[in-house]
Design a protein. Structure first.
Length: 241
């Protein structure tokens, strides 16, 4: 193995760490002259799984340099389980209590719509990449409408690529129905992309991006944008760390 690893990756985890009965699927996400990224989907015997990303560097041969996955998902998983366990009566009780709280007091959610968004958002954040893509395809018309409205806003405003700009915030209720937490453009990695952020923790996020010109697509790297997977027609899934 030492002949095929480099950098921070020291050989673990590897195939010997997989649970008995697990299966793996590999997809090449991108390859340049000296770098490549491969998605490895790990599924258990029940079909539940995890997407991971293997980063490679080319020396005289290809060597694996980093192993990545969406990080800090434990808290999101706990929230999802807590929300799933609630009965409608419990949901309504929390909503009723939220209306009695003071303005700055924390409320888990304040309406049925808010509850549905939070549950759907946590589920989508934790989904396999294939299912995140299917969610987009199922709701593509709505995504395209929101994207076009965001492009219209950008045409009216001058945007500094280095600074992130929130988009179509007046349509928050519409994009939250798609379990999108916010829309933005610009920023360190996403320049001319329109970023449909699903969720995550701190800098560990997952979402969709739309680019009019493929040259504006960020480069994958093990330090920030750990994966980009094409859906089609300028749309991609991404994850960061």
């Amino acid at each position: 193995m030492d002949n095929f690893i480099t950098g921070e990756y020291k050989g673990r985890p590897n195939g010997q760490d997989l649970q008995s009965g697990s299966t793996t699927k590999f997809t090449l996400l991108g390859q340049e002259v000296k770098t490549a990224v491969v998605a490895m989907t790990i599924l258990d015997s029940l079909g539940k799984g995890l997407d991971t990303y293997l980063h490679f560097e080319k020396d005289t041969v290809w060597k694996m340099s980093a192993f990545r996955a969406l990080a800090m998902t434990g808290i999101i998983e706990e929230v999802k389980i807590e929300l799933e366990k609630m009965t409608l009566q419990q949901v309504d009780d929390i909503i009723a209590k939220s209306k009695k709280k003071k303005k700055d007091d924390f409320a888990m959610f304040t309406s049925r719509e808010d509850y549905n968004f939070q549950l759907g958002n946590t589920k989508l954040t934790l989904e396999l990449d294939d299912n995140i893509a299917k969610h987009f395809v199922t709701n593509q018309l709505e995504f395209e409408i929101l994207k076009n409205l965001a492009l219209t806003q950008l045409e009216k405003e001058k945007v500094n690529e280095e600074r992130s700009l929130k988009l179509i915030e007046n349509l928050k209720a519409d994009y939250q129905k798609l379990f999108i937490s916010s829309l933005s453009t610009g920023g360190y990695e996403f320049g001319n992309c329109i970023n449909f952020i699903i969720g995550g923790m701190v800098d560990n996020s997952v979402g969709y991006i739309y680019v009019q010109d493929k040259k504006d697509l960020p480069e994958m790297n093990s330090d920030r944008v750990i994966m980009i997977k094409e859906i089609g027609n300028g749309w991609y899934i991404y994850k960061t760390t």
